[in-house]
Write a protein that binds this ligand. Structure first.
Ligand code: CAA
Length: 387
C-alpha cells in the first residue's frame, strides 16, 4: 500500500517587515540579512494570530472528509497551553467532528515530522482513514537579538492517506537523537533561547550523521534525488547543508540540485522561520516553483529539531501531482500582505498575550485571516472564525 501526502496547504499572517528595513534599523549591512542569512521578508504576528489560528487557516484550505478523518496531529514548539493540545481548538474551529484522536507533538522544529510519521503509521494501521497533520509555529527571539533576523510564522497542513495524489512517503527514514542544549524555550517565556553558532554546527552534524547512515542502509546516493529539502530556520542554513553533499554529485546534478534548492527556498525567503513547518514550506515551495519535476522523482527531506533530533527520509511524486498544488493562490496571499515599518513591527511585536493570569483583548484593527484569537478571559483563550 502506498501512503503519503495527499494534499498540502500553507498560511501565514497578513503583515510582514522587509529585512532591508530591519537591517538599516539595526545598523547592519542589508546584504548580511539577504545574502549572509538568506532572508528578504519576515512575517509579523499580531497577537490575534497564533499556532491555532494559523494552523486552522492552513487546514481550512484542504478538503477534509470528517467521516474518514481519524487523527489530528499538530506539531509545534510554540504551543499556547502546557497541557491542552492545540489540535482540539483546530478541531472545533473547522467543525471536524468528535470521532478523532487529537494530539500535539513537541520536539522543537522536528515536531511536524513526528506528526507526519505518526500519521503515516496511523494510516498503515487504518488504511481507510485519513490523518490531518499540522506543523505550525511562531518563531520569536526578541527585538534586536541575534535571532531576530531568523523569526517568522506560519503553518503547513497536510492530509496523509493511502494512495496519495501528491507524494508517496518511502519507508526509509533514518533518525538520530541526542540530548544537547543548542536551542530551548523555558515555559515562562514566549522567546526562544539559542546558542546560535553552536546550533548551526549541530544542525550540520546531525545532517551528516543521518545522510551517511541513510546511504549505508538504503544503498541510495545523491544521484537518486531530484531535489533535497531542508529544515530552513533561515535559507542560508539549508544551503550550507546542501553544500556539504554537493561534492558527491556530478557537475550537471550539482547545478540541478542547486536550482531545486533555490526553488525550495523561495517562500521561506518571504516568510521566515516557521520552526517545525519550515521543512514543509520548503517542500511546498519546491513543488510550486520547480518547473522540471515529474512523476516518480524522488525528493529527500532533512528534518532537524534542536535539542536535538534529526531525520532524513524521502518521498516520490505521484501521477497528476501538479493538480494538488495552487502556486497562484499561495503567491497572491503573500503578495497581498501589508508591509510594516520597523516601528510598526516593533509595536505589534510588543503587544502580546501576557504570560500571566490577566484578561487580555487583542486589537480588532489587526484582526485578519480566517480565524482570530479575540482575547483571553478568565485564563481561557477565545477563538472565532473571522467575520
Ligand atoms: N554581506 C554578505 N554576507 C554577510 C555580510 C555582508 N555584509 N555580513 C555578514 N555576512 C554573513 C556572515 O559571513 C555569515 O555567513 P556564514 O554563516 O556563511 O559565515 C552570515 O552573514 C551570518 O553572519 P553572522 O554569523 O555574523 O550572524 P550572527 O552572529 O548575527 O548570527 C545566527 C546568525 C547564529 C544564525 C543567529 O541569527 C541566530 O542565533 N539564530 C537563531 C538560531 C538558529 O536559527 N539556528 C539554526 C540551527 S538550529 C535550528 O535549525 C532549529 C531552529 O529552527 C531554531
Amino acid at each position: 500500500m502506498t501512503i503519503g501526502i495527499d494534499q498540502i496547504a500553507f498560511d501565514t499572517t497578513t503583515l510582514f517587515v522587509d529585512l532591508r528595513d530591519l537591517a538599516q534599523a539595526r545598523g547592519d549591512e542589508p546584504d548580511k540579512y539577504t545574502i549572509g542569512i538568506g532572508q528578504d521578508q519576515q512575517a509579523v504576528v499580531p497577537s490575534s494570530q497564533d499556532i491555532v489560528t494559523l494552523g486552522a487557516s492552513a487546514a481550512s484550505r484542504l478538503t477534509l472528509d470528517p467521516a474518514r478523518l481519524g487523527l489530528i496531529a499538530l506539531g509545534t514548539e510554540s504551543g499556547v497551553d502546557a497541557s491542552k493540545a492545540a489540535a482540539l481548538y483546530v478541531q472545533r474551529l473547522l467543525k471536524l467532528g468528535p470521532w478523532v484522536r487529537a494530539v500535539e507533538l513537541k520536539e522543537a522544529c522536528y515536531g511536524g515530522t513526528a506528526a507526519l510519521m505518526m500519521a503515516r503509521d496511523y494510516v498503515a494501521a487504518h488504511p481507510d482513514r485519513q490523518a490531518l497533520v499540522i506543523a505550525a509555529d511562531v518563531a520569536r527571539y526578541g527585538l534586536a537579538t541575534p535571532g531576530e533576523v531568523t523569526q517568522g510564522a506560519g503553518a503547513v497542513a497536510m492530509v496523509v492517506s493511502a494512495e496519495p495524489r501528491l507524494l508517496a512517503l518511502s519507508d526509509d527514514s533514518v533518525h538520530y537523537a541526542e540530548d544537547i542544549q543548542d536551542f530551548w524555550r523555558p515555559v515562562y517565556t514566549d522567546r526562544a533561547l539559542a546558542r546560535g553558532k553552536f546550533s548551526t554546527e549541530q544542525y550540520l552534524r546531525f545532517f551528516n550523521l543521518v545522510w551517511a547512515r541513510y546511504k549505508a542502509t538504503t544503498g541510495r546516493g545523491i544521484a537518486d534525488f531530484k531535489a533535497l529539502c531542508f529544515h530552513l530556520p533561515y535559507t542560508k542554513m539549508g544551503l550550507k547543508a546542501l553544500r556539504q553533499v554537493l561534492p558527491e554529485a556530478t557537475p550537471a546534478q550539482q547545478a540541478a540540485l542547486s536550482s531545486a534548492f533555490t526553488a525550495s527556498a523561495a517562500y521561506s525567503r518571504r516568510v521566515g522561520n516557521l520552526y517545525t513547518g519550515s521543512l514543509y514550506l520548503g517542500l511546498l515551495s519546491l513543488l510550486e516553483h520547480a518547473s522540471d519535476l515529474a512523476e516518480g522523482d524522488r525528493i529527500g527531506l532533512f528534518s532537524y529539531g534542536s535539542g536535538a533530533v534529526g531525520e532524513f527520509f524521502s518521498a516520490t511524486l505521484q501521477p497528476g501531482f501538479a493538480a494538488q498544488l495552487d502556486a497562484a493562490g499561495t503567491l497572491s496571499r503573500l503578495d497581498a500582505r501589508r508591509r510594516l515599518t520597523v516601528a510598526e513591527y516593533e509595536s505589534v511585536f510588543n503587544d502580546k498575550v501576557p504570560y500571566g493570569p490577566a484578561d487580555y483583548e487583542a486589537d480588532p484593527a489587526l484582526f485578519a485571516g480566517r480565524f482570530v484569537l479575540t482575547g483571553v478571559t478568565g485564563q481561557e483563550r477565545q477563538y472565532r472564525a473571522n467575520a
